[in-house]
Write a protein that binds this ligand. Structure first.
Ligand code: SD4
Length: 301
């Protein structure tokens, strides 16, 4: 029943997120329910300084979360700059299903979440607050290239945004993306993850794509939409990721040397591709055959 089902995710913690999604997908559940479950796992089960309740705050010490969810039929929802609500991906799904809108931000998103029954509570962990106080000593915003992404046991620092794409047994596609954004960002900064077409795009006719890294580059290039459109024109997922990365480099060759951008794509037939600007991007693949596959992506540098 789950023969063609598959779920893929960014980074090494994508293995755990995939397994949470597989509990749904492997039992004949929908891709949409699967990616929500996988993203919720990353938001809460794991203490990850770039996702959910354990995320690092912005420059002013405020932890604000961005997330999106998209179904292969084109329905989608997202939240940006959401504060004090633990499961942004589920709020994004509510935006998709319970409102005529696609995106809610800031206070309005929080108000909506509370109306939908989500609990409000301070999320910033003592560890994240400590890291922020440490950062304040220099207060330089210089995002690091994450060159070594296979975390060591007990290491919680080595993590990033979760982008997840799935195809279910019925051939329906869905995706989700969840993040606390770039650590020490300006207050009010929104990244690519909640922007449909930048951090996530899904189309049942073609496939799905997602991204991690410095979100400004994804927004500039409408990266996830670009990957899906390249697949529509006949590129494989791997070719689409590679060509989209080439676009990022062409647009900003100098900046591309010092920032990380990572792309992941899934064809409607289940084929997977990935590519990054810099080495170190790993992605997790999970299907009926294997639930713990972690692969290295090729890169420009
Ligand atoms: C953002 N793309 O907010 C996210 C951050 C990220 O690995 O992916 N970090 O720009």
């Amino acid at each position: 029943a789950n023969g063609r089902a598959r779920v893929v995710s960014t980074w090494d913690f994508g293995v755990g997120a995939n397994q949470a999604a597989w509990k749904v997908l492997g039992n004949g559940g929908s891709a949409l329910d699967a990616v929500e479950a996988g993203a919720r796992w990353a938001e809460s089960e794991l203490c990850n300084p770039t996702v959910g309740r354990c995320g690092n705050p912005d420059r002013d010490g405020v932890l604000s979360l961005d997330a999106s969810i998209m179904n292969g039929d084109g329905s989608c929802g997202s939240v940006a700059a959401l504060v004090d609500i633990a499961h942004p991906v589920s709020v994004a799904r509510k935006v998709m299903e319970q409102t005529p809108h696609v995106m809610l931000v800031g206070e309005g998103a929080q108000q909506f979440a509370m109306q939908q029954g989500f609990k409000r509570g301070k999320l910033l962990t003592p560890e994240a607050e400590k890291a922020w106080r440490e950062w304040l000593k220099t207060a330089q915003y210089t995002p690091e290239i994450n060159a070594e992404r296979r975390s060591r046991p007990g290491d919680s620092s080595n993590h990033d945004t979760l982008g997840m794409l799935a195809v279910d047994a019925q051939g329906q596609l869905a995706g989700a993306c969840t993040t606390s954004g770039m650590a020490w960002k300006l207050h009010g900064r929104v990244g690519d993850s909640p922007i449909i077409g930048a951090g996530l795009y899904v189309d049942n006719e073609v496939g799905a794509a997602t991204a991690s890294g410095v979100g400004e580059e994804m927004i500039r290039n409408a990266a996830s939409f670009l990957m899906v459109e390249l697949m529509r024109q006949g590129r494989t997922p791997a070719q689409a990721c590679r060509e989209a990365i080439a676009r990022v480099v062409r647009k900003r060759p100098e900046a591309s040397k010092t920032l990380q951008v990572c792309f992941l794509a899934l064809g409607r037939n289940g084929e997977v591709g990935a590519y990054a600007l810099h080495r170190g991007f790993v992605y997790a693949v999970c299907d009926a055959e294997r639930q713990d596959d972690l692969r290295d992506a090729a890169s420009v540098y």
